[in-house]
Design a protein around this ligand. Structure first.
Ligand code: FAD
Ligand code: SIN
Length: 552
């Protein structure tokens, strides 16, 4: 039985909204179901709500390819091969989750896995693995860390995300009941009489508008941009997480953030992911002298859980005074054919993966915690559903099994869409709350100009140093003070600039993460405390839940 430790975060009323508005005077749209975000989770939710006969509006901050889904490489885990069984996938997920997974959620998602793969095939995703007659190229399922069987479906070798996002984008575009607004930034959720009734946003011209809805699905994805080193694209600025928290929803287990062991490390270049499937195919981590990094560290060697591999790399970097280690994929026959995207990307830096070791180091990869949801994808704010990386559904516990997140996004996205469709309301019945307004005390014309880029870089460095792979109470406490100070500075600056809005969301999310990490005085899963290096037995198993206000 997992208990909860519930905390309240220091939060001012003047932080409730990021921009000033007066509902009465805002241009207003109304839709039965509104979905925020259109990666694997949001697109799945929109398609399932539309399938239920509802008109759906999808809002996305960028274009169709601006998502973490688009970046996914390794694939999607699902039990579909003869030698595999649901119980094995469930066991692997629970083991990696280190006691904090919700078993009924794990069981549900794993058992829905084959259905999720079939739906994606129906939408046109051509998986590399055959399913009889779907045009698969005949590759076998791949293996990733923590999986006791090879059960990962890929498309285009290491381009699974591109294939999935392309098919979902096409399906959204083709569906007669789905409308997509691109370059629409959701800024805050509007709450009236305890229910989420609207979203305040900036349309493609940067104009404030409100969108009313019968039900809202939050699927805005990740927050990797809070860290200096990350595999996540620029879009991953934690908007939805911060928005939901400001609106009063609970967030859970924010201390758990997964670090991927292998991102390409070339100073000045983006930290692009080198898929775990490369190690699954036989690549070995070595230091500059050619010594294997994982030898004697863990029985699963290079495929040990990601937090263990990442910390072993960090330790080796420190012990030999290097900025990176190397991934040696030269022993994999026809490696460039299996991983064409990675081969091309490395080649652009003069690295031939058939002959050269790839310089790598760990990077922030996946937000394990998020908006707390139940098996119907409901948050504890009525009218608001959440799915995908922004949500904490209970699947991952204290760490995520590789390739389980696309699976979760597709399965719970479908659930969220169905549930939201049940709560949909005809637009003619939706009314804006004319009393909702917010006027900030912020100023357009501060005495001293602010360098947002500098503050952003300072935040990212602080998070990487003090809330990264290895944490300590005193550093987390200092970080909380610094983050709070920066938040207060920004409170005095009015503006709609994307940089300012992103930074405010990321500072709040960073504070939620540091606060939760400070509160968990043990090491478990992705969360490692130097001052509490063991899992605590006497504290028992608990989730960390943080709310804006404590409920009576
Ligand atoms: P996303 O796909 O990130 O979609 C978020 C959506 O929200 C986007 O449409 C975005 O535009 C929109 N949005 C964001 N903010 C706003 C806003 N303010 N207003 C309006 N819209 C907004 N997982 C696996 O299972 N297998 C893998 O092989 C794998 N590989 C990965 C490789 C990389 C490099 C990365 C970064 C992640 C990988 N993951 C993988 C994780 C997985 O890709 C994500 O967890 C998953 O795609 C999240 O899907 P999502 O729909 O929740 O979010
Ligand atoms: C990878 O391909 O290594 C990433 C897979 C994942 O994050 O699930």
């Amino acid at each position: 039985m997992i208990s909860k430790k519930v905390f309240q975060l220091d939060f001012f009323e003047e932080e409730r909204f990021l921009i000033p508005f007066y509902s009465r005077y805002l241009p207003t749209y109304a839709w039965p179901v509104v979905v925020l975000g259109a990666g694997a989770a949001g697109a799945s939710a929109a398609l399932s709500a539309a399938q239920m006969g509802r008109e759906v509006l999808v809002l996305r901050k960028g274009g169709g390819d601006d998502s973490n889904t688009f970046q996914a490489q390794g694939g999607i885990a699902a039990v579909l091969s003869d030698g595999d069984h649901f119980d094995l996938h469930i066991r692997d997920t629970l083991k990696v989750g280190c006691g904090l997974c919700e078993p009924e959620v794990v069981s549900f998602i794993v058992k829905e896995g084959p259905g999720g793969i079939s739906r994606l095939r129906e939408l046109g995703v051509k998986f590399d693995q055959p399913s009889g007659d779907d045009g698969g190229n005949g590759s076998s399922l791949s293996r990733e860390g923590g999986h006791s069987r090879s059960r990962v479906f890929s498309a285009g070798g290491d381009s699974t995300g591109k294939a999935v996002q392309a098919s979902l984008n096409q399906a959204l575009q083709n569906h007669p009941r789905i409308t997509v607004m691109d370059h629409f930034r959701a800024v805050d959720l509007l709450v009236s009489e305890g229910r989420c009734t609207g979203v305040l946003g900036l349309d493609e011209n940067g104009r404030p508008v409100q969108v009313l809805g019968g039900a809202f699905v939050l699927a805005t994805g990740a927050s990797g941009q809070i860290y200096r080193e990350t595999t996540n694209p620029d879009i991953a600025t934690a908007d939805g997480l911060a928005m939901a928290f400001r609106a009063g929803a609970s967030v859970r287990d924010m201390e758990f953030f997964q670090f991927h062991p292998t991102t390409l490390y070339i100073a000045g270049a983006a930290r692009v992911l080198i898929s775990e499937a490369v190690r699954g195919a036989g690549a070995v981590l070595r230091d500059r002298k050619g010594e294997p990094v994982m030898e004697g560290v863990h029985p699963q060697g290079d495929l040990a859980p990601r937090d263990i591999v990442s910390r072993a790399i960090l330790a080796r970097m420190v012990s030999i005074g290097d900025t990176n280690v190397f991934l040696d994929a030269t022993g994999i026959p026809e490696v460039e054919k299996h991983f064409p995207q990675i081969a091309r990307m490395c080649a652009s830096f003069g690295i031939d993966i058939c002959k050269d070791p790839i310089p790598v180091r760990p990077g922030a990869h996946y937000m394990v915690g998020g908006v707390q949801t139940d098996l119907q994808a409901r948050s504890d704010l009525p009218g608001l559903f959440a799915c995908g990386e922004v949500a904490s559904s209970g699947l991952h516990g204290a760490n995520r099994l590789a390739s389980n997140s696309l699976l979760e996004a597709v399965v719970l996205g479908e659930v969220a869409g169905k549930e939201a469709a049940e709560e949909a309301t005809e637009p003619s019945l939706l009314r804006a709350d004319p009393h909702l307004k917010f006027s900030s005390k912020a100023s357009h014309d501060p005495v001293a100009p602010l360098n947002l880029g500098d503050m952003l870089y300072s935040m990212k460095s602080l998070m990487w140093r003090d809330a990264g792979l290895i944490r300590e109470g005193s550093q987390l406490k200092d970080s909380l003070e610094k983050l709070r100070f920066w938040e207060k500075v920004l409170l005095r600056r009015e503006g709609h600039s994307p940089g300012l809005l992103d930074l405010r969301n990321m500072l709040l999310t960073s504070r939620l993460l540091c606060f939760s990490a400070f509160s968990r005085e043990e090491s478990r899963g992705t969360h490692f405390r130097r001052d509490f290096p063991e899992e605590s037995q006497e504290k028992g198993l608990f989730h960390t839940v943080v709310r804006r206000e404590l409920q009576a």
